[in-house]
Design a protein around this ligand. Sequence first.
Ligand SMILES: [Zn+2]
Length: 171
Amino acid sequence: MSSANYAVSTQMVIDDETKKIKIDKQVLDRIHIFCQIEKGMPEAGGILAGRQNISNSNLIIEHHTEPMYGDYQTRYRFTRKDLGHLSFFQELYNNSNGTIGYVGEWHTHPEDIPQYSMIDLRNWRKIYTKAETNQVQYHLIAGRKAVVIWKYSGKHLCPVKIACIYWEDFV
Ligand SMILES: [Zn+2]
């Protein structure tokens, strides 16, 4: 796991081996709103999308979806069911001539420092298996105190935690 730096205030920058993963602050600010600070707040989630910089293979995450009407949301569970997430992504993909691609999933957890559950792992495995082009996916879980990002690059491998960043250091 590597550290993040906050020198560029409009993005969260994470090192992943030789490349950098950049997440737009606008995306994180929106995700932060759904953090389960209050007792009654359900889990929330959506899709992350971004583009790969061809020259240096850095990844810039600058789009996301938010909970939609057809999603399943309880205190301890978020299931992305509404097809609107995929159609939003499909439109982005088409309008950008395929330069904006699927990056991964995000969802909240009602715990301070989030850890993925077995259900999350099964879901990530399913997504990896179904993906046609992506070799690697990045999934984000937003806890009450920190946001954690995992890289998932193989059906039989465990997700690799690449960053754990405290909200108070960023938002
Ligand atoms: Zn989860």
